[in-house]
Design a protein around this ligand. Structure first.
Ligand SMILES: *[C@@H]1O[C@H](CO)[C@@H](O)[C@H](O)[C@H]1NC(C)=O
Ligand SMILES: *[C@@H]1O[C@H](CO)[C@@H](O)[C@H](O)[C@H]1NC(C)=O
Ligand SMILES: *[C@@H]1O[C@H](CO)[C@@H](O)[C@H](O)[C@H]1NC(C)=O
Ligand SMILES: *[C@@H]1O[C@H](CO)[C@@H](O)[C@H](O)[C@H]1NC(C)=O
Ligand SMILES: *[C@@H]1O[C@H](CO)[C@@H](O)[C@H](O)[C@H]1NC(C)=O
Ligand SMILES: *[C@@H]1O[C@H](CO)[C@@H](O)[C@H](O)[C@H]1NC(C)=O
Ligand SMILES: *[C@@H]1O[C@H](CO)[C@@H](O)[C@H](O)[C@H]1NC(C)=O
Ligand SMILES: *[C@@H]1O[C@H](CO)[C@@H](O)[C@H](O)[C@H]1NC(C)=O
Ligand SMILES: CC(=O)N[C@H]1CO[C@H](CO)[C@@H](O)[C@@H]1O
Length: 894
């Protein structure tokens, strides 16, 4: 469904209409003034099966805060499944913009939903209209608009709920706030923005208008499916009781809410239910969990080859080499600089990587250099197809990006997919071009360096010296490589009374006006939609086009595409990195919360921050610690800026050791994590878990965002202070085991201080109750890793039992011919491994942790007397099994 019939491209032709509200109002409006608005009265209520529809009629004198109140609205509420209510409020008299189904297909409703079994309830009052969403079983109110009248104006929609005091709210990203949002005074603005330095308190690259709320009675989630600019305000100072309020202030579209019941006991259930809307995460190739090295500022092909050789010389397993825009000729996408990155030499490098089971990734930006009549193929082909986003007057919408003045592909154009795939197929042609293994897409908010008003992009590009000349001399073409191993206003066109450039309610966009440093908000897409409405979709639409282009290059194979800007649903196709952070301890710390939001809430699990930091200069101690933390990001990439010092892991001895050590652990855990990722792709279970997901009754965990679970069972507790060698960590009341020594650790529900943590170490604990399928040995590439035997580690919980899973496939095909799914169950001295086994593998040994005394008898597969040893100090029983996984096996001891 292309829900919008608000075809502004056509309205262009109408005579200009001047809005009554010439001056944008300040963002702050007294809540009492909004609460004095008349609200609506529900009439013509009809209930048919699981659906209620009604008309909402303005209930008094219009308050016209940011435009005229819409007189009549349509309300539709549907119990779509037993755990999901869909509530939509639209203008009854004219269709308005909605997120197109082509961008986010809506989940279907269960036709057999049993109303007697629904977990959420919708209740309403007629006049003024307000509604509650409550838990059906307990009656607990989760969302209530009581006392806060709905306001619905063409460019201002306001809906407000009251929440408990000190509510635990997570989400509403992308942001660098704490993982649990401060409810006293947080405004989350959603308007995708190129946000260098990821400043706190501002809108960043992605827009995910969903929040999770956790209470003693359960965890639920609320999605406002809207791509419009908005401010979501959390306050707790408006009532005497200190109740929290959450207020949506949206500048367009409709109110399209999904309320998800989540669960009363398992917080991860809310994430799984959210995946029914956002889509399940895409499986990525096994190799993409290896180490990635990148930087902006590799000057030429010799630098690139040197980094690859130096990683190898330092015995740090480099899986994938990346190159930023440096490779381009004059920074134009789909070109290679013939002097600095000559094709023949670059192909040699890529062949070298492939011959060593390593990979290569190049950056592609959306903006295409505006070079009419200059034989720039990409520009000419796109122009022929009339493919560029249009300015309000019908000419190409011009921006300023790396190559200077640019045009932007219009991802709504019917031929854009064919165009983009064609560019990828020819430039990245394995036979004559660059046979990349993954794609990296950036600047897709979309970013522009043009300050609003962008009336003269040519002057602005010239003032910024774009593209800059190269400063280094060209390299020797035949060098030996791999020898060894401002916010001004402009006259605004108005469409049907709406001001797309300066709407009466101005969201708190840190870049200034809506059009500042991005495509102008009045730019028009091929289907008539305008950037004002679709801006937040640009990065995700580019992501899908790039995913499809990569798939066309290697049909049947999973893709790795890493994007900067995301919207609801992006994780179904691509992964993301958390943008241009800085080399600071603060950013090292906030990377955890940023990653948890993406992986645990938003269903974008292939995520990571730039390790050692992007901007500014790192230090040895920061980079060493960050190498160890980064080993527990799903997407592990070291990347920095062209004006920072080099920070490859081999640059300092301590960082080399830290990286080797952390990668050794990561790689041994890789099948454990790959199994978690596979499960996520099947049912949406998060691959990373905040502590409260596992200990939902333990209030001490709710605010923790410097520790997290990698998968379900590895508790990661990095040292977080500058140059410190100790850290105070929280251990919930549970059985844990130190990951390095396997010694049992009793969690007491208290903070404990760990000391003498070397810069090459990171504290890790196994959560009791797990059987971990480790690889017995790490390796220099994931290809070699996949050939290693397994070592199962049995870590019983407080009840003496443990369980685990192991999933193996070929690591790259979308449709698998042969897979192994093993289930490991342990109780009372007996480990049983069962399942289906089409990929064989060997389990060299099994370690049983927390074994109180030496066993007298041990029996294993194919042995009457298997070799075993018992370490009384560490309480570890180690059994050499040499078992084929095929067919399952048992190991018992007593
Ligand atoms: C909704 O919840 C509020 C707050 O708990 C309560 O005062 C109000 O009566 C409820 N309204 C309906 C329609 O249940
Ligand atoms: C609320 O936050 C805003 C923006 O960060 C800040 O300017 C203001 O001072 C804060 N108000 C209070 C009462 O803390
Ligand atoms: C609540 O906090 C906001 C943001 O700081 C402030 O502007 C407002 O005046 C406060 N309201 C009350 C009732 O104190
Ligand atoms: C690689 O290591 C060599 C020897 O230490 C050094 O001279 C060179 O600068 C390094 N190159 C890169 C790109 O890291
Ligand atoms: C169309 O609008 C753009 C930006 O608003 C302006 O720079 C350009 O000159 C206009 N083109 C024409 C043909 O009027
Ligand atoms: C707003 O309402 C006023 C009357 O209340 C009317 O004169 C005006 O045309 C309306 N404006 C728009 C943009 O509909
Ligand atoms: C980073 O280090 C380089 C080289 O020492 C220096 O030129 C630059 O100013 C430093 N950058 C910052 C932000 O300190
Ligand atoms: C941390 O160590 C670095 C050296 O790696 C040093 O430059 C810095 O001053 C130290 N910071 C503090 C706070 O001691
Ligand atoms: C999360 C965080 O610390 N962000 C900081 C990043 O750097 C900018 C300056 O470039 C600060 O303003 C932010 O607060």
């Amino acid at each position: 469904m292309l829900a919008s019939s608000r075809l502004r491209g056509i309205l262009l032709l109408a005579a200009p209409f001047f809005s009554l509200l010439d001056i944008a109002r300040a963002e702050y409006v007294d809540p009492a003034e909004l609460d004095a608005c008349p609200g609506y009265k529900a009439t013509d209520v009809k209930v048919t099966g699981p659906t209620l529809i009604a008309k909402l009629v303005l209930a008094g004198e219009p308050c016209n805060v940011f435009g005229n109140d819409t007189k009549t609205l349509d309300l539709a509420v549907t119990y779509e499944t037993e755990t999901r209510i869909h509530l939509k409020i639209t203008d009854a008299s004219s269709a308005r913009y909605e997120v197109p189904e082509s961008v986010l297909p809506r989940p279907s409703a269960d036709p057999h939903v049993r109303l007697e079994a629904v977990q959420l309830e919708f209740k309403y009052t007629t006049s003024p209209f307000s509604f509650n969403i409550s838990r059906a079983r307990s009656g607990e109110v989760l969302f209530t608009t009581t006392s806060h009248p709905l306001i619905f104006e063409p460019q201002y929609l306001r809906l407000k709920t009251t929440l408990p005091a000190a509510a635990n709210i997570y989400g509403l990203g992308e942001h660098t706030e704490p993982f649990r949002l401060d409810t006293s005074n947080t405004t989350r603005t959603l308007w995708a923005r190129d946000a260098y330095g990821v400043p706190r308190g501002t809108n960043l690259y992605g827009s995910h208008p969903v929040y999770f709320e956790h209470r003693a009675g359960g965890t639920h989630a609320v999605l406002l499916l809207s791509s419009s600019g908005m401010d979501v305000k959390l306050r707790n100072n408006e009532t005497a009781t200190g109740a929290t309020t959450l207020e949506y202030n949206v500048i367009g579209g409709v109110l399209d809410f999904y309320f998800l019941a989540g669960s009363e006991t398992d917080p991860a259930e809310a994430a799984r239910q959210y995946a029914q809307i956002a889509g399940l995460p895409a499986e990525v190739p096994y190799w993409s969990f290896g180490l990635h090295q990148c930087r902006y500022g590799y000057q030429n092909y010799i630098d690139v080859a040197g980094v690859i050789a130096n990683y190898s010389a330092a015995s740090i397993p480099l899986e994938t080499m990346w190159t930023d825009i440096d490779y381009m000729y004059e920074r134009r996408v789909f070109t290679m600089d013939p002097q600095y990155f000559p094709t023949a030499r670059m192909r040699e490098i890529i062949d070298h990587l492939h011959n060593h089971n390593q990979r290569y990734v190049l950056m592609t930006d959306p903006a295409v250099a505006y070079l009419p009549g200059q034989d720039y193929g990409t520009y000419d082909r796109g122009t022929k197809l009339d493919l560029w986003l249009k300015a309000a007057n019908g000419s190409s919408s011009l921006g300023v990006v790396w190559p200077g003045v640019t045009v932007y592909p219009d991802w709504f154009h019917p031929e854009v997919g064919q165009f983009w795939t064609g560019e990828f197929e020819s430039f990245y042609d394995p036979k004559s071009g660059f046979d990349i293994d993954g794609a990296w897409i950036d600047m897709n908010e979309p970013a522009s360096f043009c300050t609003d008003p962008c009336d003269d992009p040519f002057a602005q590009a010239a003032a910024q010296n774009l593209p800059p000349p190269r400063t280094s001399p060209p390299p020797n073409q035949d060098a030996a490589i791999f020898s060894q191993q401002t916010h001004a206003k402009r006259a605004a066109p108005s469409y049907a009374g709406e001001d797309l450039l300066h709407p009466p309610y101005s969201i708190d966009n840190a870049a200034g006006t809506l059009s500042s440093r991005t495509a102008s908000a009045d730019s028009v897409h091929a289907n008539g939609l305008v950037e004002y409405d679709t801006h937040n979709l640009y990065g995700t639409m580019m992501s899908v086009a790039t995913h499809d282009a990569m798939l066309a290059r290697r049909p049947g194979q999973r893709t790795l595409v890493i994007t900067r800007s995301t919207f609801v649903g992006a994780g179904h196709k691509v992964g993301k990195w958390l943008g241009d952070n800085l080399s600071s301890w603060g950013h090292y710390r906030t990377s955890i919360a940023g990653m948890l939001s993406m992986a645990s809430l938003f269903q974008v699990p292939m995520v990571g921050s730039d390790i050692c930091g992007f901007g500014d200069n790192t230090t040895e101690t920061l980079c060493a610690r960050w190498a160890t933390l980064g080993a527990f990001y799903p997407f592990m990439r070291n990347h920095n800026s062209d004006i920072s010092i080099s920070q490859e892991f081999y640059r300092w001895p301590s960082v080399t050791l830290a990286a080797r050590h952390a990668l050794d652990i990561r790689y041994r855990l890789l099948d454990y994590f790959y199994t978690a990722f596979h499960r996520a792709s099947v049912d949406g279970s998060p691959v990373l878990n905040p502590l409260w997901f596992k200990y939902p009754k333990d209030t001490s965990t709710y605010g923790i965002d410097l520790q997290f679970f990698f998968g379900d069972s590895i508790l990661v507790s990095p040292v977080t202070d500058e140059n410190a060698t100790s850290v105070s960590i929280y251990l919930p009341k549970d059985q844990f085991y130190d990951f390095e020594t396997f010694v049992p650790v009793d969690g007491k529900g208290e903070h404990v201080t760990l000391s003498n943590i070397d810069f090459t170490d990171i504290p890790l604990h196994i959560r009791g109750g797990a059987v971990l399928p480790l690889r017995a040995k790490s390796a220099m590439t994931t290809t070699e890793l996949r050939a290693q035997d397994f070592q199962f580690v049995v870590a019983p919980g407080g009840d003496g039992t443990a369980a685990g899973m192991l999933y193996i496939d070929d690591g790259v095909s979308i449709t698998q011919q042969k897979t192994t799914s093993a289930k490991m169950v342990y109780a009372k001295g007996k480990l049983s491994v069962s399942g289906s086994f089409d990929v064989d593998a060997k389990v060299a040994s099994v370690l049983f942790l927390g074994v109180e005394k030496a066993p007298t008898t041990v029996s294993g597969p194919g042995y009457t007397q298997p070799t075993f040893s018992y370490d009384a100090e560490r309480k570890v029983l180690s059994v050499e099994t040499n078992a084929r996984l095929d067919g399952g096996f048992e190991v018992t001891f007593s």
